[in-house]
Design a protein around this ligand. Sequence first.
Ligand code: GLU
Length: 418
Amino acid sequence: MTTGAHGGMLEAALQQLDAVAERIKLDPGIHKRLRQPQRALIVSVPTAMDDGRLEVFTGYRVQHDLTMGPTKGGIRYHPDVNLEEVTALAMLMTWKCALMALPYGGAKGGVCCDSTQMSRAELERMTRRYTSEIISIIGPDRDIPAPDMYTNEQVMAWMMDTYSMQRGITAPGVVTGKPLLLGGSLGRREATGRGVYYVLKVAAKECGMPFKGAKVAVQGFGNVGSVAARLLHEDDCCVVAVSNHRGGIYNPRGLDIATLLAEHPHGEAISHYRDGDRITNQELLELDCDILIPAAVEGQITEKNADRIRARIVAEGANGPTTPEADRILAGKKVTVIPDILANAGGVTVSYFEWVQDIQQYFWHEHEINERLSEIMTAAFQRVLALARKEQVDLRTAALMLGVSRVAEAKKLRGLYP
Ligand code: GLU
């Protein structure tokens, strides 16, 4: 999905849905239903802080569509979290799950907070209270949260424990992205970055771009960007730049990602890495490279810088890094944009594997997980590309057409209750 000019992510999501609805001649009734989330919950999350103060955070969980199964989507902890953003991201999850043919609808949640300024104990108390507040609408067969920005395996473990204690059972299937020991899946932690890598491999081939030696710039060195950079580096791509929110590092001859990761395992202070020049995040986006991976936050490629993007392929590791205006400019420059709902779908795909393993209590080998992920990502890219070529549209439009059509078809089959 793309973001609106003024960060109006929901407005942009609705615009995209409307445009696709027209293109696929979507039934007007179904269109109306899909424009609104099925359910949205706003909760207050009173939390005791370490200094004795009481803080009241606001939390959200939005379930966009439950036609094809329980809902699925991450939980983010960020100061910008609000109802509109979470609703837009939930809608995006619906199209993502449908495109990947996963038996889920889309959801998203979050707490408006600056988790970087909170202690571990504060985060635990906030997470447990937030989970209790949304407990009536989540569950292994209702809605299954997962990590997103600034949440991780530990947060998922606290959510799982809170849910399990209140129900009096052990319910690993209530969240995905858990620690391995609690029913997590091998390969889940790196699945989103790995999915970006698989999709880029097939995209480069289809674009006639030599993969070996391709120059890659990666914005964001978190769970998505750092894994994608490492796998691309291991496959002989030339990763020329990486960055985090503090800034980046550039070396036109290629960075040694393995050493960089060994020295900065959590991605902090990477801009101080000695073997390259320091650059800003804006400079990174405009570098001379073949592949650009925005894997940080939304709204990074806008009408202000799209014209200066020099990459031939942009793979959206983040959700919504490109604005609709920028999308049009990039299309005009014949830049291939692999949209978020395809490029970063590896995360939710391996979340699905995790949930299946939890239900069956039967756990897979890592190579099986990676092989299945590779197959699913490659096949999804091929489906999107085939439709884009047939309909003469960009990959984002084609991906949305596939996702929305699938949900619409399912809605038609189920009919309207009562
Ligand atoms: N938060 C991730 C996403 O945006 C993963 C969601 C999940 O695994 O359920 O796709």
